[in-house]
Design a protein around this ligand. Structure first.
Ligand code: MN
Length: 321
């Protein structure tokens, strides 16, 4: 997907090693995408900009799309990141400038590595299911790999993590001895966890990672904090296990990773390292330079980049990681 915010701000993000475990409860902010659609954006947050290399988390739906066109994200570019498309309900067609054309469906993982540049579109088709619900995640690429060739990978059968009281899909990295086949460029984990009511769970985690957990349905007691829908609990690092429980059942996205050592600049759909680089990406998209080839086999609408903000970079607050 795209950052459809009509007036995106340029944000400096980084991640600093957090010295200890903590429980910082954050509420995703509502972001209006155009006039009618809104999403809950948990990352970047004013306090916590990244969790490992995870730099963007939008939660959309569940919403009825019976009387609407559904997802209409026309062709747009990305640089310097991976997009992780994860649907909870519904169906969306992805096409990109590599020639990929796939239906994105629940429980099927699609990771697009933009690297030096890619263009894609995501559209609901006419015969779409009635409900749309999902998350959009971005992963920042490290300096060493951020100009890699673009790549699109699909994993339609992910390994499942099953322990008493919990079933999970491991999207990226390893959790509970279950490893995703998806390629990541920094030490990272992402998982979609369904917690049954009334069963206390202890999950082994990596003390060198920082973690956060974002609830998409119901509620989950994480350590000593109850996390509700559209809330992100930042957990810090130095944990060997994570306690989960739910009274009525819940579903949550667990994100973790080694603190991201580099400072990045995010604006619209680009991840770069400086304001000037972002301006150059924007110009390259305006001019349709070869970095951004057309989406194959779809003569479709294209999203133009918004104007660059007149104020350059928002300074990174003291607390922001
Ligand atoms: Mn996109």
């Amino acid at each position: 997907m795209s950052d459809l915010d009509l007036r995106p701000r340029e944000i400096v993000c980084g991640s600093a090693p957090s010295p200890e475990p903590e429980e910082l409860l954050l509420t995703a902010r509502r972001v209006y995408l155009g006039k009618t659609t809104e999403v809950a954006r948990a990352l970047p947050d004013a306090q916590i900009r990244m969790i490992g290399a995870w730099c963007f988390l939008d939660h959309y739906g569940p919403q009825s799309v019976q009387d609407s066109p559904g997802m209409q994200v026309w062709a747009h570019p990305h640089t310097g990141l991976q997009t992780v498309s994860w649907l909870l309900e519904g169906e969306v067609e992805h096409r990109d400038s590599l020639g990929s054309q796939v239906m994105v469906r629940p429980q099927q993982l699609h990771i697009m590595t933009a690297g030096v540049g890619i263009v894609h579109s995501e559209l609901s088709l006419a015969d779409k299911p009635p409900t749309l619900h999902g998350v959009q995640l971005w992963v920042a690429l490290p300096n060493s790999d951020r100009e890699t060739s673009p790549r699109f990978e699909s994993h339609v059968e992910l390994p499942l993590l099953t322990v008493p009281g919990l079933t999970g899909s491991v999207l990226v990295g390893e959790l509970g001895g279950v490893r995703s086949p998806a390629r990541s460029h920094t030490p990272l984990v992402g998982a979609d966890l369904t917690v049954e009511p009334g069963v206390p769970i202890q999950l082994a985690v990596n003390p060198e990672f920082e973690y956060g957990i974002f609830v998409v349905h119901g509620d989950v007691l994480v350590e000593s904090t109850t996390v509700g829908v559209d809330q992100l609990l930042y957990l810090g690092s130095q944990r060997r296990s994570l306690g989960l429980r739910s009274d009525h059942g819940g579903r949550a996205i667990l994100l973790g990773g080694a603190p991201f050592a580099e400072e990045i600049v995010m604006w619209w759909n680009f991840v770069g390292r400086s304001h000037d680089e972002i301006v150059a990406f924007r110009t390259a998209w305006e001019r349709r330079e070869p970095r951004f080839p057309p989406v194959v086999d779809r003569s479709e609408k294209v999203m133009e980049a918004p104007a660059m903000p007149t104020v350059h970079l928002r300074p990174r607050p003291r607390r922001a990681r």
